[in-house]
Design a protein around this ligand. Structure first.
Ligand code: NAG
Ligand code: NAG
Ligand code: NAG
Length: 353
């Protein structure tokens, strides 16, 4: 279908009252769906069942979402939806196969990658993760990177949702995707039952202190990053899995680093590192990204303290940077230019490596 004709259809759609009633993300869905429908060839031939070389039948072989949205389908012009059930089938696949596209781990959009949906199941403790390469503004390629050695016969899994969503992910899997996650981490968290809210979110609280010491990163990391066990987490520390705790720590860390309040920034950064090591799988890019932020904070603390020589802050800046470098090199470059790997190089120079 030519561009001019699509434009005309779009103009007609967006002038509808029903369209204006939709939330912004639903309007995007309408565009996505009409674009998709416009690209289906009108040959009259049925999609070949389950043939992954035929884009439409590959797409239709994906699992549909448990719910659909008739109000979105109602807006599509008839000329785009010769078969209403086909439009419905396609839309229900969008919902359930909706990947978050990121550049340097910042969300910049959403997309459906049918082959990836077919090939990779979800795990909250995944051994692989997707990254996105932009070859042109119109074209995004997903690559799946192994985060550790994978033994022959072991299933390769990627996270469909952020594994740090320790509380809300269970519901999201049920309502959005229609499955119950049976990964090691979900089984444990379900066994823990209701996660209590921490008494105090403060970084100087006994909970934060106990978390750092349980993980083994109390104000410093060594040559090896610990791999704390979630299964052995003491009952008194289960409250750190309450999502409000990570949210608060992240805010506190970035605010204090930004304001140069290092007596708060450094301990909250290490506490957040302890939490990341607990909830994220080995070599997860988010851990590497945070280690880089921690290295920068240590460096800034060093510069502002005017002390010279091999101070603790300098040693920690070096070690955290080394870990960041190792983890982010496994993940590799993502998105556009000037990513975290470039920042690491700059900081290495400053540190005189
Ligand atoms: C994809 O996910 C985003 C973010 O959750 C949401 O806004 C959007 O409506 C989803 N699109 C589809 C088609 O499910
Ligand atoms: C994904 O999980 C389903 C259900 O457990 C299984 O049938 C399927 O083979 C798995 N897919 C892959 C690619 O391993
Ligand atoms: C650092 O942050 C703490 C906690 O928010 C605050 O009590 C303290 O006054 C701040 N110090 C500076 C120098 O801003």
């Amino acid at each position: 279908m030519n561009h001019k004709r699509i434009c005309k259809l779009y103009n007609k759609m967006i002038s509808l009252v029903e369209f204006r009633r939709l939330a912004p993300h639903e309007r995007m869905d309408v565009f996505l769906l009409s674009h998709f429908l416009a690209r289906i060839p009108r040959t009259g031939s049925e999609p070949l069942d389950g043939d992954i070389n035929d884009p439409l039948s590959l797409f239709l072989s994906l699992l549909p979402a448990p719910k659909t949205a008739p109000e979105i389908l109602a807006i599509l012009p008839n000329s785009l939806t010769p078969q209403e059930d086909l439009a419905m089938s396609i839309y229900s696949r969008f919902n359930n196969n909706n990947f978050t596209i990121h550049s340097h781990m910042n969300t910049i959009g959403h997309g459906v990658f049918p082959l990836a949906s077919r090939l990779f199941n979800h795990s909250c403790a995944p051994n692989a993760a997707p990254r996105y390469i932009f070859t042109s503004p119109q074209s995004v390629i997903m690559e799946v990177v192994a985060l550790r050695d994978i033994t022959p016969g072991e299933e390769v899994c990627v996270p469909y949702l952020d594994p740090a969503l320790t509380q809300s992910r269970h519901q999201a899997f049920q309502y959005t995707y229609g499955f119950t996650c049976e990964c090691h981490s979900c089984i444990l968290i379900r066994k823990f039952g209701q996660i209590p809210r921490p008494d105090s979110l403060d970084v100087t609280s006994s909970v934060s202190e106990a978390l750092r010491s349980y993980v083994g990163v109390d104000h410093m990391v060594g040559a090896n990053l610990p791999e704390p066990s979630l299964a052995d987490l003491p009952a008194s520390l289960r409250c750190v899995l309450h999502e409000s705790y990570m949210e608060h720590l992240s805010e506190q860390f970035s605010k204090a680093s930004h304001e140069g309040n290092y007596s708060i920034a450094v301990p909250s950064g290490f506490t957040l590192l302890a939490l990341y090591l607990l909830v994220y799988p080995h070599n997860y890019p988010q851990i590497g990204l945070h280690l880089l932020e921690l290295a920068k904070t240590n460096w800034n603390a060093l510069v502002s303290s005017e002390s010279s020589g091999e101070t603790e802050a300098k040693v920690q800046a070096r070690i955290t940077l080394k870990h960041a470098q190792r983890i982010l090199s496994i993940y590799g470059r993502e998105g556009d230019e000037h990513g975290p790997l470039d920042e690491i190089q700059q900081l290495e120079k400053l540190l005189g490596e």
